[in-house]
Design a protein around this ligand. Sequence first.
Ligand SMILES: Cc1ncc(C[n+]2csc(CCOP(=O)(O)OP(=O)(O)O)c2C)c(N)n1
Ligand SMILES: [Mg+2]
Length: 402
Amino acid sequence: MSAQRSGSNDEPHSDHHPKRDRRSNRSNHPDRSNRQNRPNRPAPRQVLDDEGRVLPDATEPDLTGEELLEMYEYLVLARRFDERAISLQRQGRLATYAPMGGQEAAQVGSAFALDDADWTYPTYREHAAKLVRGLDVERVFLALRGHGEGDATPEGYNVMPEYIPISTQIPQAVGAAWATKLKGGTAATLCYFGDGATSEGDFHEGLNFAGVFDTPNVFFCNNNGWAISVPRERQTASATIAEKAKAYGFEGVRVDGMDPLAVYQVTKEAVEKAKNPDEDELRPTLIEAVQYRFGAHTTADDPDRYRDGVPEEWLAKDPLPRMEAFLRETGRLDDEAAEALSASVETRIDEAIAAAEAAPRPEPDEVFEYVHAEPTPQLRRQRASLDDLRDAHGEAAFESDR
Ligand SMILES: Cc1ncc(C[n+]2csc(CCOP(=O)(O)OP(=O)(O)O)c2C)c(N)n1
Ligand SMILES: [Mg+2]
């Protein structure tokens, strides 16, 4: 990853469009020094500075030393999972994969703030959030290798399958949270989505409903600067995504999405408010976790077509060295412990990959199962055409050595 001039997540409006004028989009980028000066754009909340020191006006979250180390272990697991998954995809051993480099703290910090009874609505990028919520590494690899069971959350884990159609999870998470409230339950429902998702009707309908019906939701927007090739400033003219909450009558918060401790703190507060709001508060919160997507949108994307690497200022916010420095500085981690932790993460991933690859190949027909009780006419036609292919080419057409 190299330093570059363009593609900031948090910068003034630009009129350049990548497709219309790629070169000028890169070179004539607005003055980045204006970034923090935009009126009405509050700085994201932080606990750690870029060097991993606790900021003077911040308080450390209420986590034990053991919990902080566990949080770090999940960050390392997320980073290594990501690197291995990209490599496996390149070797044809995983299907399309959505990388999460740079976004680990947002996932780990937020998932850490949930109780077992709370619900998670993930997108295609929330691999680490699922791991923190207790799903095992093998299951996540199985899902990425096309096994239906990988996406079938076991009983007792309140994690929905990943949502690929943008924003569709938002109204569903609101409906589920409303149901919890009507039934007198106490769980909160946390719903992830990206900056691009905020341009969809489902986002507005869902958040509007949540405000009116005062549902116990946490709306967690991973503002990673990009919706595939579309930069954040082409997504909305609002100064921030968090401020959109005002229109629905509830609180919006900006947080440094690459600071695991700040993400944890902000999410914890939102979860508590969802469960026990003060008299003058509504239950929902919109969290805008400001961060940067280090890698490609998915392994099917080539970011070099529309940006020149990752800006230095975002690389400097990398959550892993920050959390590591914090733990070392506060005497919770030394070389020996760091090496042991990293070796155990590596083994965990090796074993999960071996187990997922040893699982019998899923039947191609499975792709038609599990969604509709009665197949739609289109699905029936597609299944018939799969049968035709099998008749024409034999079972061997579906075999692979992976
Ligand atoms: C309803 C719908 N429209 C379009 C797409 C194609 N698509 C896949 S990802 C994506 C961009 C989403 O960007 P964002 O919400 O910022 O999430 P990110 O990928 O950055 O995590 C689009 C347009 C889709 N999956 N669903
Ligand atoms: Mg995005």
